[in-house]
Design a protein around this ligand. Structure first.
Ligand SMILES: [Zn+2]
Length: 335
């Protein structure tokens, strides 16, 4: 089997050394090999190393020509009241960041059949806004474990990577939690295992998803703000938009509508009224409702403007429509 596997692997999908990041990797061939020209060439080229006849069950599968170390042992943790295997993992925590770019975390939890992922970022102001959580599929869970053990060889990482020559910079940690509650913690500061990039790239994909989804959520928060968290105001706004034109924009926030500023003789102050059909002009005398008892009076339109819900001069739900035209300014009914 190892012989076939070794020859099947192309240079491209050979593993990367978890110790030095080296890519000059040889596969161990154990047992009694069937010698062939092809095998002899692979040995000469350093692609295969004969590992002898004794098989211990804890043998490394790979050798790195760059740092001369072996890797790819079976993924078993003997610490933490082990042995712990990949199937014993119920949690994966990943965190990376620094003083300047904040600290992102990706936390994945499994209850066996079901899994969830939670992503947090440091950029939004309230903690409850910083969290994004969703179901993590079985396929994603399998892919994550394959990445951790078959591609990153996380079970062969040291427990601490520390470059003391760099202050601040980037800190990171990975925590594996096992079914018995024990944890395997790995941390680093400006220093990384050779296969770090693979894990970092993978996790960044989820951080990116966070921002995409968060943008949608931000729109919802804006809606909540504009409509004062009152679904009835929102619905009445939608109803009103329908009366504005034959084909209102699908996005209610993009629809504009006309507002008349109306002044009364008594105090000269301006009040705002909706102009449903865009039929009034500056200088028009209009009949408008005043107060809460259904009274009507006549005022003069001093200005007409187009607004969206974003920049309305007065809360939408408190604005009433103009009733009708009472005359033009050049008529006798001047104020
Ligand atoms: Zn190496």
């Amino acid at each position: 089997m190892p012989e076939k596997e070794a020859s099947r692997r192309t240079k491209k999908n050979l593993p990367v050394c978890p110790f030095c990041g080296g890519r000059h990797i040889a596969a161990y061939l154990r047992g009694m090999p069937a010698y062939s020209e092809e095998l002899m060439k692979a040995i000469d080229d350093g692609e295969i190393i004969l590992g002898g006849c004794c098989i211990s069950g804890n043998d490394p599968r790979w050798h790195c020509h760059d740092c001369k170390k072996d890797f790819g042992r079976p993924p078993v943790f003997f610490r933490n009241k082990g042995p712990q295997k990949p199937e014993d993992i119920v949690g994966v925590d990943f965190g990376v960041g620094g003083f300047f770019d904040g600290y992102h975390t990706v936390r994945i939890r499994s209850s066996g059949d079901e899994h969830a992922i939670c992503i947090s970022t440091p950029y939004l102001s309230f903690e409850w806004q910083n969290l994004y959580i969703r179901e993590f599929t079985q396929k994603e869970w399998n892919a994550l474990k394959k990445l951790l053990f078959d591609r990153c060889f996380i079970h062969e990482w040291k427990k601490l990577y520390n470059n003391r020559c760099v202050l601040d910079g980037t800190q990171w940690e990975v925590i594996l939690t096992f079914r018995n509650g024990k944890k395997h913690e790995i941390e680093g500061s400006n220093d990384y295992p050779g296969t770090w990039d693979k894990l970092d790239r993978y996790m960044k994909k989820y951080v990116k998803e966070f921002y995409t989804v968060k943008c949608q959520l931000a729109d919802k928060l804006r809606y909540a703000y504009l409509f004062r968290q009152d679904p009835e105001i929102y619905l009445s706004f939608l109803e009103y938009i329908k009366t504005l034109s034959d084909s209102p924009d699908q996005d209610p926030l993009k629809n504009s509508f006309a507002v008349c500023f109306v002044a009364f003789q008594e105090d000269g102050r301006e009040y705002t009224y909706l102009d449903r059909k865009r039929e009034f002009h500056k200088g028009d005398l209009v009949r408008v409702p005043v107060g809460n008892r259904g009274d009507e009076t006549i005022g003069k339109v001093t200005a007409v403007g187009e607004f969206t819900i974003d920049n309305m001069p007065y809360p939408f739900e408190k604005m009433k429509p103009v009733i009708e035209l009472a005359g033009r300014e050049d008529h006798d009914l001047s104020l």
